[in-house]
Design a protein around this ligand. Structure first.
Ligand SMILES: Cc1cc2nc3c(=O)[nH]c(=O)nc-3n(C[C@H](O)[C@H](O)[C@H](O)COP(=O)(O)OP(=O)(O)OC[C@H]3O[C@@H](n4cnc5c(N)ncnc54)[C@H](O)[C@@H]3O)c2cc1C
Length: 442
């Protein structure tokens, strides 16, 4: 029996720990926060249910659905509306159905035809486009998504349809990322369905982590390699006491910068210089997320969110509303709603040094700049900032991630969304692959 430490209880670490335990090994899951979930953590605060990171999953997350079934969580799944307001030039239009696309005023008939033709072409490539399979993604990892769309469907389609399908979800710009990701999203657009979890997006991580020994509020600070190639982890409990414990195997399921700091001193026989460099150079975009309670009567909302579109920098990446998200399952009074405002990466960084009152005020001002029907004085509920929110899938990065994955070997293995695509599904797949490498070791 192997004695395995998993560092990080986000989706990647929780699934890796669960798989190893299921296969008869002894596992300890370390998490620096008070609770598991990572970037899927749900804050249950003052009767509110706030998904602080991931807020939904889709019908093209097969691994996620398989796990929900295995863990008897399918009753938790609730469908979400695909309809959102697309906001531009102080106007907004509903988009989400074929009919709304036909009547979408931001694009001419000619532009819509170009978009339709381009997306139809992608549907033929459906099988070769996968959101989280880096082998398939690598095949198209040769230019930016912005260049791809402009070349195939023109500038207007890029500004009014391609950007709003990327920036509100991942915050980064299509200029910065590989076309492989955007093409996959577009190929699945027509058949995509969106879901959320009734009692919070961290329910899956909780269920996975409940099967293993977990040490929350425990930050792994250092990895020592023993002469017999086993590992001793040094960690702080509750931010104070320092403990250490030996393990035969190790999975690091944190973000890349944390992983790099932990493995920096380790030798080439455990981690190659290419892998170290990959971890060191992984870029992230930041996210500032502010949450407000608002009156539902103002505005009368029936769309699940607001996406900015059109040329220029957008200060707000997206606004989403809980009342529509949860519909009949909502924990809110019928007269209230919760508005989540996510700022763009550039604006998010500006909030880093601000006090929370200032963040609430300036974020709401920006939100009203995008969608003027929002009420004047909302009740601030909470604000969250993540410096390393989303890994940037730059052009060439999927190819490098594939090479990184080929070099992975027990007893030290890495998992995390930066090794696939920044989604829960990508993180889960990376966790499963990491566990397999340890299970398959002779
Ligand atoms: C604002 C936002 C919205 C998102 N929306 C969606 C969405 O709607 N749908 C979707 O599919 N995806 C979404 N994502 C992406 C998704 O949340 C991530 O891709 C996924 O959570 C990554 O999982 P992970 O396990 O790789 O990392 P994480 O979830 O970040 O988990 C890593 C864990 O490691 C812990 N850790 C770090 N250092 C240490 C240490 N030294 N010792 C112990 N523990 C440590 C961290 O505290 C964390 O819990 C969103 C992300 C953000 C930030």
């Amino acid at each position: 029996m192997k004695h395995i430490a998993v560092i990080g209880a986000g989706p990647a670490g929780c699934l890796a720990a669960y798989e190893l335990k299921k296969n008869g090994h002894s596992v300890v899951l370390f998490e620096k926060e008070r609770q598991v979930g990572g970037r899927t953590f749900t804050d249950r605060k003052n009767d509110h249910l706030i998904d602080t990171g991931a807020g939904f999953f889709t019908n093209f997350y097969p691994l996620y659905f398989k796990l929900l079934k295995e863990l008897k969580l399918t009753d938790e799944v609730i469908p979400m509306s695909r309809s959102v307001f697309f906001a531009f030039d102080n106007k907004n239009e509903v988009l989400g159905t074929l009919a709304s696309f036909i009547f979408f005023k931001a694009l001419s008939f000619k532009d819509k035809f170009k978009f339709f033709k381009y997306v139809s072409g992608l549907i033929f490539k459906f099988k070769s486009l996968d959101l989280v399979d880096i082998k398939k993604l690598s095949h198209y990892d040769d230019c930016s998504f912005a260049d791809e769309v402009r070349r195939n469907a023109g500038h207007n389609v890029y500004e009014f349809l391609a950007r709003p399908l990327i920036e509100p979800f991942w915050f980064f710009s299509p200029e910065e990322i590989s076309r492989a990701l955007g093409m996959t999203v577009l190929a699945r657009l027509a058949t995509s369905k969106i879901f959320t979890m009734k009692t919070g997006m961290d329910r899956l991580c909780q269920a996975l982590a409940n099967t293993v020994i977990k040490k929350t509020n425990t930050c792994v600070e250092k990895i020592l390699v023993n002469p017999d190639q086993s590992f001793t982890l040094t960690y702080t409990d509750n931010g104070q006491i320092t403990n250490s414990e030996p393990f035969t195997h190790l999975i690091i399921a944190s973000t890349a910068p944390v992983a790099y700091n932990l493995v920096k001193p380790l030798s080439e026989n455990l981690i190659s210089s290419f892998q170290k460099d990959f971890l060191k150079t992984q870029k992230y975009v930041s996210s500032s997320h502010s949450v407000y309670q608002i009156s539902r009567a103002n505005p009368p909302l029936n769309q699940s969110g607001v996406f900015p579109c059109g040329p220029g920098q957008h200060k707000v990446a997206t606004i989403s509303f809980d009342q529509v998200k949860y519909k009949s399952y909502s924990h809110l009074k019928k007269t209230d709603d919760i508005a989540h405002v996510f700022l763009s990466p550039v604006e998010s960084l500006k909030t880093m040094t601000k006090k929370s009152e200032e963040i609430f005020a300036s974020t709401w001002e920006n939100a009203r700049g995008l969608y003027s029907q929002l009420p004047n004085s909302p009740l601030p509920v909470a604000t969250y900032f993540r410096e390393h929110a989303i890994p940037l899938h730059e052009v060439g990065r999927y190819k490098k991630a594939l090479l990184f994955s080929h070099q992975q070997k027990a007893p030290l293995v890495f998992a995390g969304d930066y090794l696939a695509t920044a989604t829960i599904e990508g993180a889960l797949l990376s966790g499963l692959n990491a566990a397999k490498l340890i299970l398959q070791e002779n």
